[in-house]
Design a protein around this ligand. Structure first.
Ligand code: ADP
Length: 308
């Protein structure tokens, strides 16, 4: 039984797309990354999983239950960290935590919550209204864990956390996942977070799933950045060949920058060896760069003619 199963899931808002025809399976016990640029459809998918909005069409199964209508017993098995958390402004952090524990019938002393609060450097004394974004986020993380959920759904969990706290947070997630077997489904627009934490990743753009694979599968598709300077102006034919390889190629201050796939690298280097090259640099693309190139809006792709 999978933790999450989506079948042909579509959600439109007054006829405009939220998400379109999503098919996705997340196995139990996985840490699964859901990545895409802003407006891609991540929050819509998460709100559908949480029964906060209803699908336009398609099916959603969470922890083996088909979602239709409201099911509070299923919601109790899910921990949720929204991208923006609304809390009672006049309560202190500690009061909110105790209140949430009493609602869930959880024993704070027996849980690891205080240990996690310390590791996240959370300040529970202040009133919520004077909280920073980071402290608010930390409280949200603690609240999402308080009732020992089977499935943890985190919407952009790291925004507002400084890098050291982020590291602690990832460590806590790993421990929680290993200790309890909790499935973690988290959305982000930051690919390095997925690299650090996840086995599987789904990439969404413009409401559609573009790729579902292991993180290493994505890393293995290697492209290279090439920077070459000082071609003579009359080398038009060969330059055009280079230019045709990458529609995003750029020419600036005497330097040509373009991208080639692994399989093209040898022939491109052979071609360059016949030219009067002054400077050459070849660098493997990072996962982050690859993501930006593949999934950035088409509108950001520069006009090919800019190169000539
Ligand atoms: P992400 O979380 O990836 O940034 P969202 O799921 O918030 O993306 O948005 C996906 C698309 O759905 C966007 O085009 C957004 O404008 C639209 N959308 C999201 N929520 C609403 C809403 N409540 N009403 C109308 N359109 C919405």
């Amino acid at each position: 039984m999978s933790a999450i199963l989506l079948r042909n899931l579509t959600k439109t808002y007054n006829g405009k797309r939220g998400v379109i025809d999503l098919n996705l399976k997340v196995e139990r016990g996985e840490i699964f990354g859901f990545i895409g640029p802003n407006g891609a459809g991540k929050s819509t998918t998460i709100r559908l999983l949480l029964q906060l909005i209803a699908p336009t069409s398609g099916e959603i199964f969470v922890l083996g239950h088909r979602i239709h209508g409201d099911d509070p017993s299923l919601r109790r098995k899910i921990g949720y960290l929204p991208s923006e958390i609304r809390l009672y402004p006049d309560m202190s952090g500690h009061q909110v935590l105790s209140f949430a524990a009493s609602v869930h019938g959880a024993d704070l002393k027996k849980s690891r919550i205080h240990d996690y609060a310390e590791r996240l450097q959370w300040n529970g004394k202040q009133k919520i209204k004077s909280y920073s974004l980071g402290n608010r986020k930390k409280l949200g993380i603690l609240l999402s864990l308080i009732h020992n959920p089977e499935l943890l759904i985190l919407d952009e969990p790291t925004s507002g956390l400084d890098p050291l706290v982020q590291q602690q947070f990832f460590q806590i997630l790993r421990e929680w996942n290993e200790l309890k077997g909790t499935t973690v489904f988290f959305s982000t627009h930051i690919l390095t977070e997925v690299e650090k934490l996840c086995d599987h990743v789904a990439i969404i753009r413009d409401g559609r799933l573009r790729q579902v694979s292991t993180v290493s599968e994505i890393s293995d598709i290697s492209d290279h950045f090439i920077e070459v300077s000082c071609f003579p102006k009359d080398d038009g034919l060969q330059l055009r060949e280079l230019y045709q390889m990458d529609p995003r190629a750029k020419y600036e201050d005497g330097v040509y920058r373009f991208r080639v796939q692994d399989k093209e690298l040898c022939s491109v280097l052979a071609m360059l060896s016949r030219m009067p090259v002054k400077n050459l640099s070849v660098r493997r693309m990072s996962l982050e760069e690859k993501f930006m190139c593949e999934y950035a809006s088409e509108a950001n792709v520069p006009d090919r003619r800019a190169l000539i």
